[in-house]
Design a protein around this ligand. Structure first.
Ligand SMILES: Nc1ncnc2c1ncn2[C@@H]1O[C@H](COP(=O)(O)OP(=O)(O)OP(=O)(O)O)[C@@H](O)[C@H]1O
Ligand SMILES: [Mg+2]
Length: 236
């Protein structure tokens, strides 16, 4: 049966979609069979990113070919989750032996009843809560994680250092409090900021967050630790 990993937060803009894409593309690069689910109705940013990338590819295939990792140009499916039918289809897909991993990108606020019912039906094996260094996000994620623990066997916060401002010490202190005071798990590895790359790569940021190709080596060499983060996520 596929392992379901969902990205949640109750506050928006913490990096759920960005990390879900990178993680799915990484799993695909690692030759795992991955199904990516966009549960963020009606915006469907992730599903639309795939559509946009396909039309970019049609416009300039040589540009994308340059970025495709050699020997692996398989594309993983991305489906929407909104209707009851889509939910039933997803439940069936988990049971069938087609995928190793199902990655779900949840909306910024949990209002969609199908998305909530999947949590209550114990469909999710691991919830990752991307957390930025902002008090209101930290507090709401602690609350959400505590509730999710009733339904999900493993729940972990994941620091996303979006702005690249915070000192290591601040993360250490907060991690200790979250783990010791609230009994929650925090991933050891943080997601680093890619903001500075935008200046360097301009519109090419598509290759930092792509549903078609995993970031090329020149980008990863800029000390992005995705391998370490994602290996930690899939390890029990
Ligand atoms: N590590 C990072 N470095 C730089 N920018 C980042 C990082 N993570 C996320 N961002 C940026 O922050 C913004 C919000 O990210 P994203 O859309 O992934 O968040 P989200 O949690 O899915 O938001 P929503 O709740 O609206 O769905 C985007 O512009 C994204 O490019
Ligand atoms: Mg999102």
């Amino acid at each position: 049966m596929a392992k379901t990993i969902a990205f949640f937060t109750v506050k928006g803009g913490t990096g759920k979609t960005s990390i879900a894409v990178l993680f799915s593309s990484w799993l695909n690069k690692e030759k795992k069979k991955v199904l990516c689910v966009d549960a963020d109705a009606p915006a469907y940013n992730l599903f639309n990113l795939r559509q946009r990338e396909i039309s970019e590819y049609e416009k300039s295939p040589e540009m994308i070919d340059r970025h495709l990792p050699s020997g692996n140009n398989s594309i993983y499916p991305i489906i929407k989750l909104g209707t009851e039918e889509e939910k039933q289809n997803l439940i069936r897909l988990k049971k069938e032996d087609i995928f190793d991993f199902i990655v779900i990108d949840y909306p910024g606020s949990l209002t969609d009843s199908n998305a909530i019912s999947l949590i209550k039906a114990k469909f999710i094996d691991l919830a990752i809560l991307p957390t930025i260094m902002d008090t209101s996000v930290i507090v709401s994620n602690i609350k959400a994680a505590t509730q999710l623990m009733h339904y999900i066997p493993s729940v972990r916060l994941l620091w996303n250092n979006v702005l690249f401002h915070e000192k290591e010490e601040i993360y250490k202190e907060h991690t200790q409090t979250i783990e010791q005071k609230y009994g929650l798990q925090v991933c050891k590895n943080k997601v680093k900021s890619t903001s500075y790359m935008r200046r360097e790569y301009g519109s090419d940021t598509i290759f930092i967050k792509s549903t078609l190709c995993y970031p090329e080596k020149t980008i990863l060499d800029k000390k992005l630790n995705y391998d370490t983060i994602f290996k930690e996520i899939i390890s029990e």
